[in-house]
Design a protein around this ligand. Structure first.
Ligand SMILES: [Ca+2]
Ligand SMILES: [Ca+2]
Length: 507
């Protein structure tokens, strides 16, 4: 049903090897044999059974939130919308209840394939969604904010093919629709990063997340999984939350916690703001998805899946922010950032660069008084830099012609005009109905709980039509993801490891 040759990576590097052992920076640690994780205690680390993740990820956030003198379990993130720009969300148990997931426009290459729209053929987005807001009464699985709702923006196809222009369009949509009826988007989880070395002051992706932040959306980004002395883009933007991964080392106590080996350290100038648990987190599985078939040993029971990465760490933070915002809806993004950093627990072995303020402690953050002066005063981004530079080394390619999408143009081949875009995006007006950057990307509005799709009438950057046989027949390949950007890099998925697997598909 999914992934049968429609989207194929042709990097020339084995996908598994790419995911586990190579890094675009050449300095990261090989993570090929992620050891079997068998842990006592720490339920979120190793479920060991269908019910073991029950409180699970909430514990990873640093304890149960205290809400004044009220019941400590009273905060669930209810009423808070968390936008998730990722590979879509599958309607698996825990995410399929009415109102849990609202689909924004499907901006991925799979949007033109009926039956795949909005769905998560990769498996990554669903894993994030489960950590942030999953809630399955039948199994007991709960994410950090089980009462929050998700707004899913699918941008990546099953093999991870995605262009930066698609991600920017999705961010712009979130800003434009944050206050639509029923959405109340206060948080944006973006477990995505390129190896752009363009300064954050000029990088368009950096500008996009900064614009969202300044419109009141807490943007949570992952620092990257290369163990490198840098953070990926857009975590490089100084306003947003850059999240690194902590390794709980198999125990609930934090005294033995360290920075995960794969977590990017950054520099004195820009490094993770804080860490959250990011090793071997258990969340919801998408049977038959790309990661499910590629990493079957990561399965935990039938419904759960284990994953590591700064992606997962970011998702833990996003859920936690939803809890804080339910408790104190008036908090600004700057105030949220300061509360989280003030409450964070320094590691036993201090590392102020790589670990930032320390490890997320949502329980303490919920008790701190609202900061009076939390305003960040970084130089504002201009966004006037290069779209091509924002891609770093990641490019999608037409598998028939081999033509890569490069240069100052989007997936439709439309020219990128920085001043026009920044003027509109800054004000949340980069979208007009279903049109973005001069092309029709989606339908004009919601139909039920999903934003309507639209046929992509225009041609691609190679001049061929999106529609028809060529599209459905393995047209696009992520062959130029030489840096392994998607597989554990762009989406910061990190390592997927685990035990046995019995084949199963989902439909
Ligand atoms: Ca520990
Ligand atoms: Ca603390």
């Amino acid at each position: 049903m999914v992934g049968t040759g429609r989207w194929v990576r042709r990097t020339g590097i084995g996908v598994v090897a790419t995911m586990l052992a190579t890094t675009p920076f050449g300095a990261g640690p090989a993570r090929a044999a992620e050891p079997e994780v068998r842990l006592a205690g720490a339920a979120w680390l190793d479920a060991g059974g269908a019910n073991a993740a029950v409180t699970a990820v909430r514990s990873a956030a640093g304890g149960t939130v205290r809400n004044g003198t009220a019941d400590t379990a009273s905060l669930t993130g209810a009423g808070i919308g968390v936008a998730l720009i990722d590979s879509g969300v599958a309607p698996v148990a825990g995410l399929n209840q009415p109102g849990k997931v609202i689909n924004g426009p499907d901006l991925s290459f799979e949007s033109q394939t009926p039956g795949l729209q909005y769905l998560d053929t990769y498996g990554h987005g669903t894993h994030m969604a489960g950590i942030i807001a999953g809630s399955d009464p039948s199994s007991g699985f709960q994410g950090v904010a089980p009462g929050a709702h998700l707004i899913s923006l699918k941008t990546a196809a099953y093999d991870g093919a995605v262009d930066v222009s698609q991600v920017i369009a999705a961010i712009d949509w979130v800003v434009a629709h944050r206050n639509d009826p029923g959405l109340n988007i206060r948080v944006l989880n973006l477990s995505f990063g390129t190896d752009s070395i363009q300064p954050s002051l000029t990088d368009p992706l950096s500008f996009a997340v900064e614009s969202a932040w300044k419109k009141g959306i807490v943007v949570v980004t992952s620092a990257g999984n290369d163990g490198a002395a840098r953070v990926t883009m857009p975590a490089a933007n100084p306003y947003v939350l850059a999240v690194g991964a902590a390794d709980p080392n198999g125990t609930d106590t934090r005294t033995d916690d360290t920075i995960a080996t794969f977590s990017n350290r950054g520099t004195v100038v820009r490094h993770p703001d804080l860490l959250a648990a990011g090793r071997s987190l258990v969340s919801l599985r998408v049977p038959g998805s790309y990661i499910d078939t590629q990493y079957p040993t990561a399965r935990v029971g039938d419904n759960l899946f284990r994953g590591s990465g700064t992606s997962q760490a970011a998702a833990v933070v996003s859920g936690s922010v939803a809890l804080l915002l339910q408790q104190r809806p008036g908090l600004t993004p700057d105030q949220v950032k300061q509360l989280l950093m003030k409450a964070a627990d320094p590691l036993a072995k201090p590392d102020p660069i790589g670990s930032g303020a320390g490890q997320l402690d949502i329980a303490e953050a919920s008790t701190l008084i609202m900061p009076l002066n939390a305003t960040q005063v970084w130089a504002p981004a201009t966004g006037l830099g290069s779209l091509e530079a924002s891609r770093g080394t990641s490019h999608v390619a037409d598998s028939v012609s081999g033509v890569e999408l490069t240069g100052e143009r989007d997936i439709f081949g439309m020219p990128w005009v920085p001043l026009t875009w920044t003027t509109a995006a800054r004000n949340g007006k980069a979208w007009t109905g279903g049109t973005w950057n001069g092309s029709v990307w989606s339908g004009p509005g919601f139909t039920g709980t999903s934003w309507a799709s639209s046929s992509w009438a225009l041609v691609t950057w190679t001049g061929r039509s999106w529609a028809g046989r060529s599209w459905a027949g393995d047209t696009w390949a992520g062959r130029s993801w030489a840096g392994g950007t998607w597989t554990g890099r762009s989406w910061a998925g990190g390592t997927w490891a685990g035990r046995s697997w019995a084949g199963r598909s989902w439909a």
